[in-house]
Ligand binder design. Structure first.
Ligand SMILES: [Zn+2]
Length: 161
C-alpha cells in the first residue's frame, strides 16, 4: 500500500512519499521543485506503463484462482498400508481461499501441469492489478500536487489571498 502526505516545512514544501516495504513504513521526502519539473514527463511515463500493463491483462485468456499443492491423505481402510504411516496417499490438489475460508479440490494427475499454468496465470493477473493500482495512486498524487501548485501560483497574483 502506498500513500502520500503533503507537508510544509520552513518555507520549503516537501511531499512525503510513504509506503510499506516488508511490512515496515518507509518515508521518502520528495523535493517539490524536482517534482514540478518532471511532472508532465512522469504522467506520460505512467500512462505508458499503464498501457503496457493493460495489454498484458488482455493477453490472459485462461486462469484459475488458487495454488497447486501436493498433499497426503489416508484412505480410511484399516488394512491399507497408509493406516500405519504418518502421511498417507499422495494426492494432487488445488487450494484457494473464499470468504476467509481455505478450500481445496483434488485434481487428476494428468492435469497437474495445466493447473500449475492456470494458477500461474492468475498470480500474474493479480500482480498486474496491484501494479495498476500503484500507478493510479502515483498519478493521483502528481495531479493533486499540480492542482495545489497552480492554485498557489494563481493566489499569489492577488494580495488578498
Ligand atoms: Zn490407504
Amino acid at each position: 500500500m502506498q500513500f502520500y502526505v503533503p507537508c510544509t516545512q520552513v518555507e520549503q514544501k516537501y511531499y512525503y512519499h510513504s509506503y510499506y516495504e516488508n511490512n515496515k513504513l518507509t518515508s521518502v521526502a520528495i523535493y517539490s521543485i524536482m517534482l514540478h519539473m518532471s511532472t508532465l514527463k512522469e504522467l506520460k511515463k505512467l500512462e505508458n506503463k499503464r498501457a503496457r500493463l493493460l495489454s498484458e491483462l488482455q493477453k490472459t485468456e485462461s486462469m484459475i484462482r488458487g495454488t497447486y499443492v501436493d498433499a497426503y491423505r489416508k484412505c480410511g481402510k484399516f488394512n491399507c498400508w497408509c493406516a500405519k504411516e504418518k502421511k498417507g496417499h499422495p494426492i494432487h490438489q488445488i487450494s484457494w481461499t473464499k470468504d476467509g475460508k481455505s478450500r481445496s479440490k483434488a485434481i487428476p494427475k494428468e492435469d497437474i501441469v495445466w493447473v500449475k499454468k492456470m494458477t500461474g496465470n492468475y498470480k500474474k493477473w493479480r500482480g498486474i492489478r496491484t501494479n495498476l493500482r500503484k500507478l493510479e495512486e502515483e498519478a493521483r498524487f502528481i495531479i493533486n500536487w499540480v492542482e495545489e501548485d497552480i492554485i498557489q501560483k494563481t493566489e499569489n497574483l492577488r494580495k488578498y489571498f
